[in-house]
Design a protein around this ligand. Structure first.
Ligand code: PMP
Length: 361
């Protein structure tokens, strides 16, 4: 059987486990701890199965209009996709070339970016985060590193640390001629948003998702906001690939969720409070916990191997995530769950770490 040369060179992204046979406290893929809003249930209950006979609206107009209204923009400033992963994946062929300077993103960030770069054969370079895991905006100057574009997750993953808006603006100013993609998958949990800078910077694309803050990871829906030329470019890629990336039920569910912001603000504030309480408690127990503005914590304890912590938690029925790599392997990443889940997690991780340090683990 013949396979492409491209295929042989690819190492795909590994998604967090979705367990099938065992019930875990699931803190491994940053899903929301709380259910979707009441209107989402309403849409599901009222949905007419006959409507599935027809293809969905290829422009997802209802959703684009709802989002545009919410942000005071026009629908032509909005692109929608099958999860923000798909949109990030479309960004590579839309904005980047093979024989060009590298795309820049931090050495520790969302591990899908290098996978897309490899898929499209696009060169990339990874300026290091500072020793404290914050983004150094100065590294993204063309004088330091000539590039064909920048991708910054803000808050960053898996660290959870947010770059202040002036840092984003510094990167935008330094790269006026090339795109700066700000992946705001976790912005609603307390980070800052670059959305207000859209009017001023024609090189800014903000990418968002319904998976985290809207508790809708199961429908696969994301959106991007930017000036029209960037949005049109993504449209050309999408329509060269699949006209119908969002199904008709997803379009309705996502639009309904946008109209329930009071509910979402409430649950996400609750998650931020649980997160901050857990970080305080874990620090008091001797853990290093990075300052998170997201719905997860990135933590480690001196003398305790991250992978061992991950495995021992899994044995106790608590799923977290461990990332290999010189700057991440001491840590585990744990999604902020409900009060009860977080209580169980904090107790277990302390007990396991103490056991390992005292030779009983
Ligand atoms: N960006 C970041 C930083 C993420 O952590 C994730 C979730 N894995 C995504 C984008 C993709 O989210 P989704 O495709 O569910 O919108």
């Amino acid at each position: 059987m013949k396979f492409s040369e491209l295929l042989k060179g690819l190492t795909p992204y590994t998604a967090g486990e979705q367990p099938k046979n065992k019930k875990y406290i699931k803190l491994n893929t940053n899903e929301n701890a709380y259910p979707p809003s009441p209107s989402v249930r309403g849409v599901l209950a009222a949905f007419d199965a006959d409507a599935l006979r027809l293809y969905p609206d290829p422009d997802a107009s209802e959703l684009k209009l709802t989002l545009a209204e919410r942000y005071g923009l026009s629908p032509e400033n909005i692109f929608t996709g099958n999860g923000s992963d798909e949109i990030l994946g479309f960004c590579f062929p839309a904005f980047f070339d093979r024989e060009s300077p590298p795309v820049l993103f931090p050495d520790v960030t969302y591990s899908f970016y290098p996978v897309y770069a490899a898929l499209y054969g696009i060169p990339y370079k990874t300026p290091p985060l500072r020793a404290d895991y914050t983004v150094d905006a100065a590294c993204y100057s063309p004088l330091v590193s000539p590039s064909q574009g920048v991708i910054i997750a803000n808050p960053n993953a898996p660290t959870g640390i947010a770059l202040p808006l002036y840092g984003i603006e510094e990167i935008l100013v330094q790269n006026r001629e090339t795109v700066v993609i700000v992946d705001e998958a976790y912005a609603e949990f307390g980070g800052v948003t670059a959305m207000p800078l859209i009017d001023e910077y024609d090189n800014l694309l903000v990418v968002r998702t319904f998976s985290k803050a809207y508790s809708l990871a199961g429908i696969r829906c994301g959106y991007a906001v930017g000036q029209k030329p960037l949005i049109d470019a993504l449209g050309v890629i999408k329509n060269s690939f699949n006209s119908y990336t969002l199904d008709s039920l997803t379009i309705k569910i996502a639009a309904a969720a946008c109209r329930d912001m009071e509910y979402y603000d409430m649950i996400n504030e609750r998650i931020a409070n649980i997160r901050d309480g857990a970080a305080r408690r874990l620090r008091a127990d001797g853990f290093t916990v990075l300052d998170s503005a997201a719905n997860f914590l990135f933590l480690k304890k001196d003398g305790v191997c991250g992978e061992r912590l991950f495995s021992a938690l899994k044995e106790r029925g608590i799923l977290t995530r461990h990332f290999k790599g010189s700057r991440t392997s001491d840590f585990i990443r744990a999604t902020v769950g409900t009060d009860t889940e977080t209580e169980v997690f904090c107790g277990a991780v302390k007990e396991i770490a103490d056991g390992i340090l005292h030779g009983k683990g």
